[in-house]
Design a binder for this molecule. Structure first.
Ligand SMILES: Nc1ncnc2c1ncn2[C@@H]1O[C@H](COP(=O)(O)OP(=O)(O)OP(=O)(O)O)[C@@H](O)[C@H]1O
Ligand SMILES: [Mg+2]
Length: 422
């Protein structure tokens, strides 16, 4: 099978799940057992290890909600924790509801006065129909079982009458979307952008390479949350899906996701593979490089669609600078930027079989990681892309623009939020 990338370093990290080749299950690398933390005292230190259960599906609602990793909160506790969802504690709003700051005792998880105890993020879903409940439950199901430093921690939930809430660890730096696209005094420097890309890639690798692979399906800048040190954590598992099993190459689903991030073949056919996440990862890499949104209706013509606009520049080292975020003010390594742009191009290949696995993407990105001693390695393109002559995959496949997948997209427009077709 063709692949964009070849690497010099030995693979010592995650292995691919073979999702594209008929899904061999991973070779037991992830022999992690589900850490059953105390129901009442999930301390943060427990997250230093990752764990994963075999996610037997389907589980009944009762089984999901009785996860020993999660605390069931009453609505009254949620009200107390957020001072009745006071406006000043609102920290974000998405398609499914509002997110508030709340406070609780770190050990007992009983609500406490604002400013005392541990800060949490409380997501309050808008009153919804069946679909909203289904996604809420899927999130509880996955995050009740998946534990990894690059996945946001779900502390508990509230299900009372029509009220559905989720309580997460609080991520002080908010979402990557806020940092990249909102006007602020401090644009993210190159090294932080690489750190975020690496953290997010680790999160996806963990999902894809698990014994029972999971396809995340909603990888985008607003779902990448950042802790105080800019460690990236994936949030929002409402659309996550178990990967294909046995000889199946894909799972067939209703098309769900977010405009601008969803892989074209998935949008066109509903056939979902881990490579759909790889495509979305490529889109986020472009956002990190360019500081532009995947879709931006304030721009004109081709510039509205980041992939469409950027692709012609990505494989040409003399042109890559044209797509780079001007807020970086040129403060990035040219070779590194070109290598990441070429990686993004590989992830965005229209042929999903040619896209790299997330384990390969991670391997490449890790070469940009700043070691603890502070000295940064800067891989050459030859090191990173050994085995290919930096040819643009666009020369090998027809331009996506000749039959723009977006023109055919069944995803209804919903202001950059996750959407679904019923
Ligand atoms: N655990 C958290 N800690 C801190 N901020 C958070 C947390 N969870 C969410 N947020 C903030 O709330 C915002 C809204 O999140 P939410 O997941 O509801 O919507 P979204 O990701 O923007 O869109 P979508 O509806 O497609 O998920 C995020 O962009 C982020 O700024
Ligand atoms: Mg989100």
């Amino acid at each position: 099978m063709g692949n964009c990338l070849a690497f010099t370093a030995e693979t010592n990290g995650a292995q691919g799940n073979g999702a594209n080749s008929g899904v061999s299950k991973s070779s037991g690398k992830n022999n992690r057992s589900l850490a059953r933390s105390s129901r009442t005292a999930p301390s943060y230190s427990e997250r230093s290890t990752s764990s994963f259960s075999s996610l037997p599906t389907p589980r009944s609602e009762g089984e999901i909600l009785s996860s020993p990793n999660l605390k069931a909160f009453s609505f009254n506790e949620m009200r107390n924790s957020t001072r009745n969802f006071r406006g000043e504690y609102l920290i974000g709003e998405g398609g499914f509801g509002c997110v508030f700051k709340g406070w609780m005792d770190e050990h007992t998880l009983t609500t406490s006065k604002p400013g005392t105890g541990m800060v949490v993020a409380v997501k309050k879903l808008k009153p919804e129909g069946f679909q909203g409940h289904k996604e809420w439950l899927t999130e509880v199901d996955y995050l009740g079982q998946l534990h990894h430093p690059n996945l946001v921690k779900l502390i508990g939930y509230c299900l009372e009458d029509e009220n559905r809430l989720l309580v997460y660890e609080y991520m002080p730096k908010g979402s990557l979307e806020n940092h990249l696209f909102r006007r602020g005094p401090q644009p993210l420097p190159w090294t932080v952008r690489m750190k975020v890309a690496i953290g997010a890639a680790r999160g996806l690798c963990f999902l894809h390479d698990a014994d029972s692979p999971v396809i995340y399906r909603d990888f985008k800048a607003s779902n990448i949350l950042l802790d105080a040190d800019y460690n990236a954590k994936l949030s929002d598992f409402g659309l996550a899906k178990a990967g294909p099993t046995g000889d199946n190459t894909h799972v067939s689903t209703q098309v769900m996701g977010t405009h601008g991030y969803a892989a074209p073949e998935y949008v066109a056919t509903g056939r979902l593979t881990a490579k759909s996440d790889v495509y979305s990862f490529g889109v986020v890499l472009l956002e990190l490089l360019s500081g532009r949104r995947a879709l931006d209706s304030t721009k004109i013509g081709v510039e509205q669609n980041l992939v469409e606009w950027a692709k012609p520049y990505l494989g040409d080292k003399r042109k890559v600078f044209r797509i780079m975020d001007t807020k970086l003010e040129g403060q990035y390594p040219q070779k590194g930027a070109h290598a990441v742009a070429t990686l993004a191009l590989c992830c965005l290949n229209l042929d999903r079989k040619i896209r790299p696995k997330m384990s390969e993407v991670l391997k490449m990105l890790e070469q940009f990681e700043i070691p603890k001693d502070g000295a940064q390695q800067s891989p050459t393109e030859q090191q990173v892309f050994r085995g290919q002559t930096m040819k643009s995959p666009l020369r090998q496949v027809p331009s996506p623009m000749k039959a723009s997948p977006y023109a055919l997209s069944p995803l209804p427009s919903h202001q950059g939020h996750s959407v679904q077709v019923y």
